[in-house]
Design a protein around this ligand. Structure first.
Ligand code: KG4
Ligand code: ZN
Length: 341
């Protein structure tokens, strides 16, 4: 089997510590979606080391490209479009994926389109649930970003609020580290929290009543640290599951409240979630149920499309190209590329 009349889109994603390649047919049907994770390389440093990430992308990318095409039953000559993340992200990591993607486009004559990683996280929803029907409010929560955006029409985004300090994923990772859960800590903290009591410790709901749609994580992080020190000083054992569940509840509470408030203010009926932290069990549960009680339909991508992947990049790239957004091969990586311009 081959791709036929060049309807295949190759997606390449290397913005952080996941090397990812996907092949999509007609922009929405996933033929292959592969990820080479590097967590084991960064674990001992307690965070992603940019230079280590870039080198690992170099090693992983070519074999992954070959494998993605093989699994898709396709050849390079079947590719009509090559889509690649150009930002935001680690510049050295982005450059590795971009160099490979541009080379494939140049060698095969496929059209090249550079895409925004954060918009990719939003498009994971459309890949899973079908083409967009705006308007939406989107909660984007990842390792590097926490923001609420209004999407009044396709490819248009208005920033409603964002974190003033740490991203939600960063807060999960830092508290997980404090609890000795390794890196990245979000998934481990999520698992541990399932066995804990979310009401065990009442941590502050930072900025819940600020009247705007911004977030802050630093107060919560400090409160968790202070609590751990107090308990240790008093010689009490810290029930890690309760602590994890209580921290998670505080962070989820604020995100759910503000997202529903954003939907009310903008008058939309549908809410989307995107980014690695959307893999969080409690956040998914709470936003879907609380959103429904408040009269909103909440769409959530499947777990495999929440964290970084190239299928979302290919889906977005195909849609962007359809409306004429082709990029030149001289397009530069932009580590701080904003979603809403
Ligand atoms: O979107 P993503 O894969 O990469 C970035 O673009 O940053 O997000 C990664 C972040 C990490 O901080 C990770 O700990 C967090 O998402 N994360 C989670 C869960 N799964 C991933 N946080 C909480 N609960 C989870 N289940
Ligand atoms: Zn991401």
């Amino acid at each position: 089997m081959t791709g036929g009349s060049r309807m295949l889109t190759l997606g390449v994603e290397t913005s952080c510590d996941e090397t990812a390649v996907a092949v999509l047919e007609d922009g929405f049907t996933v033929r292959s979606n592969l990820i080479a994770a590097q967590e084991h390389l960064h674990e001992r440093f307690g965070g992603v080391v940019p230079e280590v990430a870039a080198r690992a992308h170099v090693e992983a990318l070519n074999p992954l490209l070959e494998q993605a095409l093989t699994e898709a039953g396709a050849r390079f000559s079947d590719l009509g479009t090559v889509a690649c993340t150009v930002g935001p992200g680690l510049v050295g990591a982005l450059l590795v994926g971009m160099a490979a993607a541009k080379t494939v486009a140049l060698a095969t004559g496929a059209r090249f389109v550079g895409v925004n990683h954060l918009e990719g996280h939003i498009w994971a929803n459309f890949l899973a649930h079908g083409p967009p029907e705006p308007p939406y409010v989107c909660l984007v929560v990842s390792g590097g970003h926490t923001m609420l955006v209004h999407m009044p029409e396709v490819h248009r985004y208005e920033l409603l609020g964002q974190t003033l300090d740490d991203a939600a994923g960063e807060a999960f990772d830092k508290v997980a580290r404090l609890l000795g859960l390794g890196f990245p800590g979000g998934p481990a903290l999520d698992r541990l929290a399932r066995e804990g009591d979310p009401a065990a410790v009442r941590f502050p709901r930072s900025m819940a009543d600020s009247g705007d749609l911004d977030f802050s994580m630093s107060g919560l992080k400090t409160a968790v640290l202070r609590h751990v020190k107090q308990e240790q000083a008093a010689g009490r054992a810290i029930p890690a599951a309760d602590l994890a569940a209580s921290f998670q509840e505080a962070i989820v509470d604020v995100q759910v409240t503000k997202t529903i408030e954003a939907a009310r203010r903008t008058g939309v009926e549908r809410v989307l979630m995107g980014g690695g932290v959307v893999a969080n069990t409690r956040l998914r549960e709470r936003l879907v149920t609380d959103g429904a009680s408040a009269g909103f339909e909440v769409l959530v991508p499947p777990l495999s499309l929440c964290t970084d992947n190239a299928a979302m990049v290919a889906c977005l790239g195909a849609a962007r190209l359809e409306r004429g957004d082709r990029s030149g091969l001289d397009i530069a990586a932009d580590p701080n590329l904003p979603l809403a311009l």
